[in-house]
Design a protein around this ligand. Structure first.
Ligand code: TXE
Length: 486
């Protein structure tokens, strides 16, 4: 682990195994932090923020350090991508692509570091000037899941550092190695010791202790809704501010005027990319009745030809699931579907090839009936639930009937319809004739059980600041005795 600039093992020297989902074998041993380690990391971050060299660096210097970190990520992209692939099972073609994009996030927030400004306010009191500063908020706990560790860390770490904070990162127990690899680059980037700390281990005790630590002022979390509820309760002890990015059950809506070839590619990529283990997976498909049969036939054909294979093989099109819990989740949803009134159109099984690793087939379920759980619940696997609609109003109603509200996809060639849908869909992100695109410039986040707060985009940097308001009496007039009538 990285605590106060030193590479250390846990104080009680405990370790846990990290498995390689492509083989199902242990491939790394990772330190299991204790309460004492978490406390040391938070205190180191607090010191680094308030009295270390970081606190004396100018905003421009912080921005330059972030730029250098991005450059180093680019230079070490091969190692970082391979670590992510081996630890999480995500395809090398996907991790190589996402790690290559990560420097853009460090550059973007590096560029913003010296543009974080307060305001001079139009005072309503003659002779009194009022203005605001934006100060760092305090120690940030960055809690990262396994499904895209580098990217989901960058959207937390980069704005937190740009604003002058120090950070304690808690990677997922299923994705620690890529983050530890990133930790090696932090010092080289000229970021002083203690500013970035990494404590590894399970939700309990590591995440738990971190989120209730009194010196933590902000928690940036990506993960599941149940964990988020615990974190909200823990952080309430200290009123730490929060961003919660919790996944979804995102609808894809296809109208007859859509370019169907393009829609098929967007839908396949949207659900089977990352083996469906993506918060924005487009896992519910609604197709207008006139094109339903044609669209489903194309999707089923393409699904049958998806090449499952080792995540390290650049020719593989879909890799394994990341954990055995994810395997069980897939099995339980898919096996329940026929009894709930649905039908397996393709997939649904564990494949015979590859014979090792945690693979499942890419799966499409027809879910016309009400109450099919695969239609309403987040599976976080390669399972697409499909059904029909007859008109635009019905499409919107069905798409919005979810406790989640992260993303939605719309496929249409009519500009007026696209605008109507964007306004009517209850989601944090709406993609029209594209899907799963992200960018450092674009806010990302959802509604209801998909969480709250937005990551990425220029405004996110302000979430890592607190406002200080200053009042100055520049009138040259002394303050009069408050108890003497004038
Ligand atoms: O997530 P967890 P899991 C969803 C998805 C998935 C489900 C469970 O539906 O099937 O969540 O996945 C840390 N205090 N998403 O179990 O547990 C944990 O160690 C503080 C959506 O992997 O939420 C890890 O670092 N932290 C998603 C992180 O929380 C705690 C990504 C996420 O793990 C903690 C992943 C605690 N008490 C899962 N308990 C997305 N939005 O992309 C655990 N953690």
């Amino acid at each position: 682990m990285l605590i106060d600039g030193e590479w250390v093992s846990a104080t009680d020297n405990c370790w846990f195994d990290s498995y390689e989902p492509g083989t199902g074998e242990v491939w790394a041993r990772v330190a299991a932090a204790t309460e004492v380690d978490v406390d040391r990391a938070v205190r180191a971050a607090d010191r680094a923020m308030h009295s270390g060299p970081w606190s004396k660096m100018t905003a421009s210097e912080r921005g330059e350090a972030l730029g250098r970190l991005g450059e180093l990520v680019g230079r070490h992209a091969t190692v970082l991508a391979e670590a992510e692939t081996r630890d999480t099972g995500k395809l090398i073609r996907e991790t190589a692509g996402s790690v290559a994009y990560v420097p853009a996030f460090y550059r973007y927030y590096g560029g913003l570091a010296d543009k974080i400004q307060g305001h001079t306010l139009p005072s309503d009191k003659p002779g009194i000037e009022i203005f605001t500063y934006r100060e760092p908020i305090g120690v940030v706990a960055a809690i990262v899941p396994w499904n895209s560790p580098q990217m989901l860390l960058a959207v937390k770490l980069a704005p937190a550092l740009a604003a002058g904070n120090a950070v304690v990162i808690k990677p997922s127990e299923h994705g620690s190695v890529p983050i530890l690899e990133l930790g090696k680059l932090v010092e080289q980037a000229g970021i002083p010791p203690g500013v970035v700390n990494i404590v590894t281990g399970h939700g309990h005790p590591v995440g738990h202790e971190l989120t209730k630590h009194p010196l933590v002022r902000r928690v940036a979390f990506t993960g599941g809704p149940e964990t988020a509820r615990t974190i909200v309760r823990n952080s309430a002890e200290n009123f730490a501010s929060l961003s919660l990015e919790l996944g979804g059950k995102s609808p894809q809506i296809v109208f007859p005027d859509a370019d169907l070839d393009s829609a098929v590619n967007g839908i396949i990529g949207g659900i089977f990319g990352a083996s469906g283990q993506s918060c924005v997976a487009g896992s519910r498909l609604y197709a207008q009745r006139e094109i339903y049969d044609d669209l489903i036939e194309r999707l089923v054909d393409r699904t049958k030809s998806i090449r499952l294979g080792s995540p390290l093989d650049p020719d593989s099109e879909m890799g394994p699931l990341a954990t055995t819990e994810q395997l069980q989740r897939f099995d339980s949803f898919v096996s329940a579907t026929p009894a709930e009134g649905g039908r397996v159109l393709v997939g649904g099984q564990r494949p015979t090839k590859p014979s090792e690793g945690w693979f499942v087939e890419p799966t499409i379920l027809e879910t016309h009936a009400e109450g099919i759980r695969a239609q309403s619940d987040e599976i976080f696997g390669p399972v697409l639930a499909v059904t029909t609609f007859d008109n635009e109003a019905e499409a919107i109603k069905k798409a919005n009937a979810s406790q989640y509200g992260l993303a939605a996809g719309v496929w249409t060639s009519a500009a007026d319809r696209a605008h109507r849908l964007i306004r009517s869909l209850s989601a944090g992100i709406v993609w029209v004739n594209t899907y799963r695109a992200t960018s450092p410039v674009a806010p990302f986040g959802g509604l209801r059980d998909s969480g709250g707060g937005r990551e990425s985009g220029a405004d996110a940097v302000y979430d890592y600041t607190s406002v200080k308001t200053a009042w100055i009496n520049s009138s040259n007039q002394a303050v009069s005795d408050p108890f003497k009538v004038q």
